[in-house]
Design a protein around this ligand. Sequence first.
Ligand code: 5GP
Ligand code: MN
Length: 322
Amino acid sequence: MTTKSDLELLREAINNCKRVAVVSHRSPDGDNLGSLLAMGLSLEKMGKDVVYVKADIIPDDYLFLPGIERLETRNDSIDEFDVLMVLDSSDEDRLGENQFLLKKSKLIVNIDHHVSNTKFGDINIVLPDLSSTGEILFNILGELEMPIDSEIASLIYVAISTDTGRFTYQGVTGMTHETVAKLYDYGIDSYSINTNLYQRRSLARTKLFIKAISQMEFYNNNEIGIVKISKKMIDETKTSMDDTEGIVEFIRDTESVEAACLLKEVDNSIVKISLRTKNKVDANKVCSAFNGGGHNRASGATVEDSLDNVEKRLITEINKYL
Ligand code: 5GP
Ligand code: MN
């Protein structure tokens, strides 16, 4: 699955370390949280001293994850670590305020599947062909003979399921399903996990969804679909920006749409782009033009400009591919 030396270096690093920090990225998702908690819990079972640091608030959707209460906010006063584990993060920027941890650790391990990964670690296990960081991690735990129990297996299931759109995206292979099949051997309860993940949407969030979708706009022969979420809309529906999950996928699922865009006004003149594409548009390249990145079919960026300006600039960028 990867070059032997990466794995051997990781094996040595894990065997020799005492204090490890695992860190989440900004706007953490299921793959990020599932993978980092799985890695952390496995290291704990090996007797390592593990500190879990969050770079952002954890969306309610993931509060049921085993070990989630371990994630804490830290500041500069934190002491040194032997190893910093960064999972599912394409570059150092993704760590937001927690970038200082990169300097607090003797060794940085970067495990990821983003095509835009900058290989910022001392050890980089970056496999863009795999569906999710969770899938990579399961292979690593197996190859390094690290402990796996039902909680760790459940976390990996969450990571893979959420990052593959419930096993529907392009990165899903027979290997992905084989990995998931093996997770059942550790006693996961997939029905309970799926109910927690996908059947607990708040009523306020459903109302935000209705409002947002009713304002969807189409451009370029209906090949571009856009929804803009203003701070006002969030206030009016008593929701938060995290409650926008699922909207961009709904736009994408329109037959004519090649590029689905969700623009969120996260602060005054700060807009978060979420982009999902089908065959014609390379989402990673489009978002790279805005200093973001991700995957060919799913990418993001944060831009300092008004909602309307970002919309215009994004349409211009996408139009280069249509
Ligand atoms: P989402 O639209 O769900 O926030 O993100 C989609 C994908 O793009 C994820 O894989 C995420 O890691 C990546 N992504 C989102 N925002 C950014 C960003 O600001 N910079 C980079 N490099 N990647 C991002
Ligand atoms: Mn991922």
